[in-house]
Design a protein around this ligand. Structure first.
Ligand code: FES
Ligand code: FE
Length: 452
């Protein structure tokens, strides 16, 4: 049997996605080239590099990159691989370096705009005058830097593709929902900061399971039943959510982003997460949300429970807020990172309640995160066989029931339980895998804006 085309593997309109895209090595290599070397990727948060020369080692696709703040205060992102013979320059997760000196033969690279014309330029070569007779052209041998980098409300995004559209065009009106996660007080709190460092761990599953889950899989509630039964779930044993408080699945079909919207937590009654029962914390969050509604209007009254920015970044947009990224390692393994965000000037009690909440439910030891990881590893493992990989996953819930949201161009909304968001995610994935040009990739978004 010959290989199937991408359009045969992803039949999004019918709600069918081949299992092979979750386990096949050749498809994985194509993803790295066609998705991860072109799309805008989340690289980190500015609060991880607060001072000049601070660095944080991140990833883009399978590659290690250095996220650093130069001496002029600008954020730079460069490949963490020496231009000479490839050695990893930074072997620590984070630190502070004025220049990046390679441990192999000692070449050094700088981002200081006073010393170099472009970030990552080669500034020091041991034996340049003697061994190289002064003939090595240092300007030619700098570090590879990303083509575009953006610091959007503290979150750092980058792409290797010089032709990629501006980040805000790539994001479209999904921005309205991401904003709440990144800076839910619109600058009045001095922005957000990551607390407690970055949790990093490996999961034996295909990386796409996670963004698919967080783009709007409300249906998997049964997975988290155990924490409810013993009364230690976020709702304190009263169930995870009141279905009537779950507004809907909202998505941006032309861009591949989406979220699960919910009403404000103080309208969830007994289902509200437990943090809301501390009066000081509840009062703080209530003020934050009422203020957002006042400034942004009723369309934004809905809060993001979870959301995904294509391809591999997800977030919790209501309190407490988290950012997550899913780095591909192999077809059947990913490295998952989660960061926890709080308003810089929030009262200590609010930060403490958030920290508690995060530790309890999220991360490798979190009670609900570990439920999800079990599902993703089990589904990956059970799709690796010669029989199983020929089958299709079913995403047929709610086909044909999405409606446009008139007040938000490019946006569609579906019922509480739907797989529309997963379908639009895999349709976007197929567009990238088919190698569409950026004009083609962005044409639908432009049409949706015009029609509104
Ligand atoms: Fe870096 Fe040789 S590999 S200096
Ligand atoms: Fe879950």
């Amino acid at each position: 049997m010959g290989r199937k085309t991408i359009d045969e593997l992803v039949r999004a309109d019918e709600g069918l996605v081949s299992r092979s895209i979750f386990v096949d090595d050749e498809i994985f290599q194509q993803e790295l080239q066609r998705v991860f070397s072109r799309a805008w990727l989340f690289v980190g948060h500015e609060s991880l590099v607060p001072k000049p020369d601070d660095y944080f080692v991140s990833r883009m696709g399978t590659e290690s990159v250095i996220l650093t703040r130069d001496r002029q205060g600008q954020i730079q992102v460069m490949l963490n691989s020496c231009a000479h013979r490839g050695m990893k320059l930074c072997r620590y997760d984070h630190g502070n370096n004025r220049t990046f000196t390679c441990p192999y033969h000692g070449w050094s690279f700088s981002t200081d705009g006073k010393l170099v014309e472009r970030p990552g330029e080669l500034v020091g070569v041991p034996g340049h005058a003697t061994h190289y007779k002064g003939e090595l052209d240092k300007k030619q041998w700098g570090l590879k830097t990303v083509a575009q980098v953006v610091n959007y409300k503290g979150a750092v995004w980058a792409t290797w593709d010089p032709d990629a559209p501006a980040f805000l065009d790539y994001l479209g009106n999904m921005r309205l929902y991401l904003d709440a996660a990144l800076d839910n007080r619109d600058g009045s709190s001095g922005g957000s900061e990551v607390i407690g460092g970055v949790q990093k761990w490996r999961v034996k599953c295909n990386w796409k399971f996670a963004p698919e889950n967080f783009i709007g899989d409300l249906y998997h509630d049964i997975s988290h039943r155990s924490v409810d039964i013993v009364g230690i779930g976020p709702g304190g044993g009263r169930g995870r959510r009141d279905p009537s408080a779950t507004r809907s699945a909202i998505c941006f079909p032309e861009l591949g982003h989406g979220l699960l919207g919910r009403l404000p937590f103080y309208e969830e009654g007994p289902y509200a997460p437990q943090y809301a029962r501390y009066p000081e914390v509840e009062a703080y969050y209530r003020e934050v949300h009422e203020r957002r509604e006042r400034t942004l209007g009723s369309a934004m009254r809905v809060q993001t429970s979870v959301g995904t920015i294509f391809p591999n970044m997800s977030f919790h947009g209501r309190q407490p807020r988290t950012l997550a990224v899913f780095h591909p390692i192999s077809p059947t393994e990913m490295e998952m990172w989660r960061m926890y965000l709080v308003d810089k000037d929030a009262p200590e009690a609010v930060k403490e309640a958030a920290r508690h909440y995060f530790l309890r439910y999220s991360g490798p030891g979190g009670m609900t995160e570990s439920d999800d990881m079990e599902n993703w590893t089990g589904a990956t493992e059970a799709s690796m066989g010669t029989m199983s990989r020929e089958l299709y996953f079913n995403y047929q819930m709610g086909v044909g029931h999405a409606e446009p949201v008139p007040e938000i161009p490019g946006c569609a909304v579906n019922g509480e339980y739907t797989e529309e968001n997963a379908r639009i995610y895999y349709r976007r994935w197929a567009q990238f895998m088919n190698g569409l040009s950026w004009d083609e990739l962005m044409a639908g978004a432009a049409r949706a804006q015009e029609a509104a």
